[in-house]
Design a protein around this ligand. Sequence first.
Ligand SMILES: NC(=O)c1ccc[n+]([C@@H]2O[C@H](COP(=O)([O-])OP(=O)(O)OC[C@H]3O[C@@H](n4cnc5c(N)ncnc54)[C@H](OP(=O)(O)O)[C@@H]3O)[C@@H](O)[C@H]2O)c1
Length: 331
Amino acid sequence: MPSTKPLSIGPIGFGLMGMTWRAHQTPDEQAFTAMKAAIANGATFWSTADFYGPGNSTAGISLVRRYFDKYPTDADKVTLFVKGCADPKSLYPTNNRAGVRASVDNCIRILGGTKKIDVFGPTRQDPSVPLEETIGELKSLVDEGKIGGVGLSEVGAETIKKAHAIYPLSLVEVEFSLWSTELLTNGVAATAKSLDIPIVAYSPLGRGFLTGQLKSIKDIPEGDIRLYFDRFKPENFDKNLDLVDKLKAFAQKTGVTPAQLALAWVLANSNSGDCGTIIPIPGATTAARVEENTKQVTLSSSDKAELDAILSSVPISGGRYNQQLEMTLWG
Ligand SMILES: NC(=O)c1ccc[n+]([C@@H]2O[C@H](COP(=O)([O-])OP(=O)(O)OC[C@H]3O[C@@H](n4cnc5c(N)ncnc54)[C@H](OP(=O)(O)O)[C@@H]3O)[C@@H](O)[C@H]2O)c1
């Protein structure tokens, strides 16, 4: 019977997107050192996608292949989640039977037996394909031993319930951070908890914004995906710095870095109130950042309350993505 739960998940995971889905690729030597540091520090849940590369290519999967080619004994230490089923040109979902199978087979081909796909799922919902068809094909792929389990990304509560009834989900990956708190109120956290499905919190550092390293929009390199998102538009960026300034002051007061504070807040929500297990997956391209991010900080309940009060007092300007992509969210 295949596992329906990820195998080895520590409190903090690792997002691989930034290594390859950028104008400038992280050189292998640097990427491998960061990946090694992730394993050494317990961040053994890795999240990637079959379109995380220049021109939505499979460079992200190839990086994983090269890493495990070089370090084969690390393969069993890592739980790998791969998102796929996206047209490489448009990124439009290809969640029909053929699309799901082609995406999985392509990833398996690229991985070349170096690493098993522990969990796989479509990156977005496809309104033109019944969920039964997508999940049904994923179940077949589990039964055939091609993937270890099924995970969904950027989904709403109803889809989680419906999908889980067709085949038990191993995880749900949705955005969650100090400036993206919707899952606390839109039923996603409560539903995942009620079904005992772990939530993987993506972009937990607000795509880098919450680390305080971005002081001006000019700090974002040309060609960077963030420049297409509303929160990073000039009319919103400076307003949102207000939150970062408050977080920086709070971090300084508590003796941690802003990145550690952002992750500690996500972890403080895990297994608390309406939330079941939540695993943040910060992305980073250097070992030093991985080490900083995996140095777990525990927030006291009064610190958490104070941070929550700061969040309620500072409105966030601009949506998570943009008007064009809005309808693909919480699908
Ligand atoms: N399911 C989805 O739709 C979806 C969408 C987006 C992301 N994701 C997943 O979530 C993962 C993480 O998300 P993300 O990369 O968008 O955002 P993130 O983890 O919130 O932030 C990553 C950014 O923060 C910077 N950073 C990391 N640690 C830092 C530190 N200690 N100090 C200063 N800066 C630091 C990184 O810099 P460097 O990288 O330059 O080191 C990078 O620019 C991705 O790898 C991907 O797997 C999923």
